[in-house]
Design a protein around this ligand. Structure first.
Ligand code: UDP
Length: 470
């Protein structure tokens, strides 16, 4: 009999993409059918999300839950508050859907409910219906260690993390200065802080946690989780699961950039992207444009319209800019960089670009998927973290793995054009770039090894699949 798995993803491409990859990979090994039960907040899903869902094989289907109302939430509510409320307000609909599936036939009864980082509030429903609940961790093992420690650290420190005189030392992890701890933990008075602390406590209730990372990339955090009594669930390192890049996400404009890459020398192009949600202020957008121009290097830049009032994730819930982003570029910029700089509006086929031989560097906002994609493709990075746990990821990339150089932010919170120029030249043609390229090629080989038939992540995924199928 085929086993049925239900997946309940949080809003955002950074959650949906790795969960769909998990589903694909499970199908490679076991006869399963998988249903994505998708919460929605405002209207129908955006195009990149639909493209991914439509490209899934027939054993994977999707059910969209009715859109929840978030109109009572203040405009300036934290990203995490929006995500958590979208999920918690979708719980009655999730309960109804799971109950219907369970009632329909034994065949349709899910053997497991898989949720991501923000999904633990759904564990209660899984328990009610008697379905084992698993977490799929779409962030690093280091971030997972920090999540397990969030309630402990909450008891330990009264002050804000950024005011701690010493770095936070999490078991098995590189030390992290308080200011680099995840964004929702940076303001204890914000509603998002309490929600994240409460949600972190629920992590221990998962039957198991599948982590989108691999043993060889983060041996310290994985060992600490195996040995620490603070980590109750069984941990399964199953990554790096990245989009295979085979499905045609955007067509048209997106694939123009691959043709453009074909025309440039090996390792010569910098890819600049701030993920599905990251946006810059107008001032920062200008500095980036002038910095790229000054560097004289080749680049592909995914440009999004700037945010008006300090929110660096303003396109998170809708990965496509509504306004024409090119209208915000400095006057004459496109003409001055013609031939060596390509700008793409809002969304580009990232995996395809990173795996193209002409790409020699990645200026990234340090979203975990982007990092894994860069590792798998062996592309060294410039770390420019914006929000969520991205600053902590930047610490791992620089101090921990030595595969990125982090940009310096000036006293006004801006990364200036000279700094950008320096970082870009150093990565593409400097000695630093050569060293980070060597290190990342080692990680690339380890990543391939982890996913090989006898690799650590394959055997871990088979272990958990075996439990579900039994
Ligand atoms: N992505 C893409 N094209 C873009 C921007 C993002 O394909 O123009 C994909 C990227 O490859 C990654 C995901 O969207 O798989 C972004 O996830 P990540 O964790 O890096 O950042 P988030 O968007 O969640 O901040």
């Amino acid at each position: 009999m085929e086993t049925h798995i239900a997946i309940f993803p949080s809003p955002g491409m950074g959650h949906l993409i790795p969960l769909t990859e998990l589903a694909h990979r499970l199908l490679l090994h076991r006869r399963l059918f998988i249903t994505f039960i998708i919460p929605t907040a405002a209207g129908s899903p955006v195009k990149p999300q639909n493209d991914i869902l439509n490209a899934m094989p027939e054993n994977i289907s999707s059910i969209f839950l009715p859109s929840v109302d978030l109109s009572d939430i203040p405009e300036d509510a934290a990203l995490e508050t929006r995500i958590i409320l979208t999920l918690t307000r979708s719980l009655p609909a999730l309960r109804q859907t799971l109950t219907e599936l369970t009632g329909e036939s034994i065949r349709k009864r899910p053997s497991a409910l898989v949720v991501d980082l923000f999904g633990p509030p759904s564990f209660e429903i899984a328990k009610e219906i008697n379905i084992p609940a698993y977490l799929f961790c779409t962030v690093s093992a280091m971030s997972l260690v920090s999540i397990f420690h969030t309630p402990i650290l909450d008891q330990m420190y009264d002050c804000e993390y950024r005011d701690l005189p010493e770095p936070v030392r999490l078991p098995g992890c590189v030390p992290v200065q308080g200011a680099n701890m995840p964004e929702p933990l940076q303001d204890k008075k914000n509603d998002a802080y309490l929600r994240v602390v409460e949600s972190s406590k629920m992590f221990s209730l998962a039957k198991g946690v599948l982590v989108n990372s691999f043993l060889e990339l983060e041996p310290g955090p994985f060992k600490a989780m195996e040995e620490g009594d603070w980590c109750k669930p069984k941990i399964y390192p199953v990554g790096p699961l990245i989009r295979s890049g085979s499905e045609n996400q955007t067509g048209g404009e997106g694939f123009e950039c691959l043709k453009w890459l074909d025309e440039h020398p090996v390792g010569s192009v910098l890819f600049v992207s701030f993920g599905s949600g990251g946006t810059l202020s107008q001032q920062q957008l200008d500095e980036l444009a002038f910095g790229l121009e000054k560097s004289g290097q080749r680049f592909i830049w995914v440009v999004k319209s700037p945010h008006g009032h300090g929110k660096s994730y303003s396109s998170y819930f809708n990965a496509e800019s509504h306004l024409d982003p090119f209208g915000f570029l400095p006057e004459g910029f496109l003409g001055r960089v013609e031939g060596r700089g390509l700008v793409v509006s809002s969304w580009a086929p990232q995996v395809e670009i990173l795996s193209h031989g002409s790409t020699g560097g990645f200026l990234t906002h340090c979203g975990w998927n982007s990092i894994l994609e860069s590792v798998v493709c062996g592309v060294p990075m410039i770390a420019w973290p914006l929000y969520a746990e991205q600053k902590m990821n930047a610490v791992l990339l620089t101090n921990g793995l030595g595969v990125a150089h982090r940009v310096e932010v000036d006293e006004n919170g801006v990364v200036g054009r000279d700094e950008i120029d320096k970082c870009v030249r150093s990565l593409i043609e400097g000695e630093d770039g050569r060293k980070t390229r060597l290190k990342i090629s080692e990680l690339k080989a380890l990543a391939a090894e982890a996913l090989s038939p006898d690799g650590s992540s394959t055997s871990s995924l088979l272990d958990v699949a075996q439990i579900w199928c039994n």
